[in-house]
Design a protein around this ligand. Structure first.
Ligand code: DAH
Length: 317
C-alpha cells in the first residue's frame, strides 16, 4: 500500500515528504536496511528488490508530476504561431543623409580628410581670403544673408578650405560637406542648401594640375553614380581659382551642370600663409542636394526639405 500511496500523490512536496519518511535518516526503509545483516539470504534479496522498486517508483512518479505541472503551465500560456506579427514602422535615413554617407565614403577612400567649419562666417573666410575683397564684383555672384555684426551666413563651403589651410598648411587633401545660405528660392535653388568642397594641395613637384582635378572628379562621379560618366569641361570664372572650369555630366541625353573648380589661385594660397611658388593644387565645389537629385531623378529640390513623409516613403530610398 505504500506503492498505492506513491501513485496517488499529486504534488512534489508531498512526494518529497513521503520519500523522506521512507529513505530519510530514520526512514522505514533506511531502518530496515540497517538491520539487513540479521536477515537470511532470501529475505535480503527480497529487501533489496523492494528497495530498488520503491526508489524507481518514487522517481517515475516525480517525473510524472513534473510533466503534469509543465503541461498545465504550457496550456495556460498558449502561443498562436499563426497570428500576424504587429506591423513595425521602421524609420530610414533621409535621402540626403544617405547620399551624404556615400559621398563621404568615396572621398575618404580617395585619401581626403573630412573637415568642418561654422555656418556663420566672417568676411575674411567667406570672401576676402578667397580672393574676393570688398567691392569685388564677384561678391554679387552670391546673394548673401548678412548679420548685423557684419558676419554672414556662409554662402559657400569654400570658407572651409581657408580654415583648413590656415590650420594645417600644405600639403593638404581635405573635403567638407556643409550647409550654405543664399537669398534664392525656386525649383532648383533653396535658401539653404548643401555643398561639398574639396581641396588638394601639394608641392609643385607633385604636379597636381587641372587634368588631375578632372580625373579625380571623374573617378568620384563614376563611383557615386555607379557607371562610367561622360564629362564636358567649360571655362568659367571664380575669384579663387585660375583657371576655373565648370563640369557638365551627360545624363541620359542631356548635359547637366555638375560641379565647379580649378587650380587654387596663388592669392588664396598666400592669404593662408602658403607659398604659391612651392605649392599648387586644385579645389572644387558642388551642390550636395543637386547630386542626389540627379542620381534619383528628381526635379524639385524642395521635396527634400518639405518633410512630407509620404514622399519620403515613396521616393524609392
Ligand atoms: N564656391 C563656389 C560656389 O559656391 C563653388 C566652387 C567653385 C568651389 C570653385 C570651389 C572652387 O572650391 O574651386 O559657387
Amino acid at each position: 500500500m505504500l506503492k498505492e500511496k506513491i501513485k496517488n500523490i499529486e504534488s512534489l512536496e508531498e512526494l518529497q515528504e513521503l520519500y523522506t519518511s521512507v529513505f530519510g535518516k530514520n526512514g522505514t526503509m533506511t531502518v530496515r536496511l540497517k538491520d539487513m545483516k540479521n536477515l537470511g539470504n532470501d529475505e535480503r534479496a527480497e529487501l533489496n528488490r523492494e528497495n530498488t522498486e520503491l526508489r524507481e517508483l518514487f522517481k517515475s512518479r516525480q517525473v510524472e508530476i513534473e510533466n503534469a505541472v509543465l503541461n498545465a503551465e504550457l496550456s495556460k500560456q498558449k502561443l498562436d504561431v499563426s497570428l500576424d506579427a504587429e506591423p513595425k514602422n521602421r524609420g530610414t535615413l533621409h535621402p540626403l543623409t544617405q547620399s551624404l554617407k556615400e559621398v563621404v565614403a568615396i572621398f575618404e577612400s580617395m585619401g581626403y580628410t573630412m573637415m568642418t567649419g561654422p555656418e556663420i562666417e566672417d568676411d575674411w573666410h567667406n570672401f576676402t581670403a578667397l580672393n574676393t575683397p570688398e567691392y569685388h564684383p564677384a561678391r554679387d555672384m552670391q546673394d548673401t544673408f548678412f548679420l548685423e555684426n557684419g558676419n554672414v551666413m556662409r554662402t559657400q563651403t569654400s570658407a572651409i578650405q581657408i580654415r583648413a589651410m590656415e590650420k594645417f598648411g600644405a600639403p593638404i587633401k581635405m573635403f567638407a560637406v556643409g550647409k550654405t545660405y543664399r537669398k534664392e528660392m525656386d525649383a532648383t535653388h533653396a535658401p539653404s542648401f548643401g555643398q561639398i568642397e574639396g581641396l588638394y594641395i601639394d608641392t609643385v613637384e607633385k604636379n597636381i594640375n587641372l587634368s588631375a582635378f578632372i580625373g579625380t572628379l571623374r573617378a568620384f562621379a563614376s563611383k557615386y553614380f555607379e557607371r562610367e560618366v561622360e564629362f564636358r569641361i567649360r571655362p568659367s570664372y571664380f575669384p579663387f581659382t585660375d583657371p576655373s572650369v565648370e563640369i557638365d555630366m551627360k545624363w541620359g541625353n542631356k548635359w547637366l551642370e555638375l560641379l565647379c573648380g580649378g587650380m587654387v589661385h596663388p592669392n588664396v594660397l598666400r592669404n593662408c600663409g602658403i607659398d604659391p611658388n612651392k605649392y599648387q593644387g586644385f579645389a572644387f565645389g558642388f551642390g550636395w542636394d543637386r547630386l542626389a537629385m540627379v542620381k534619383y531623378g528628381l526635379n524639385d529640390l524642395r521635396a527634400f526639405y518639405d518633410g512630407d513623409v509620404r514622399w519620403l516613403k515613396n521616393s524609392g530610398f
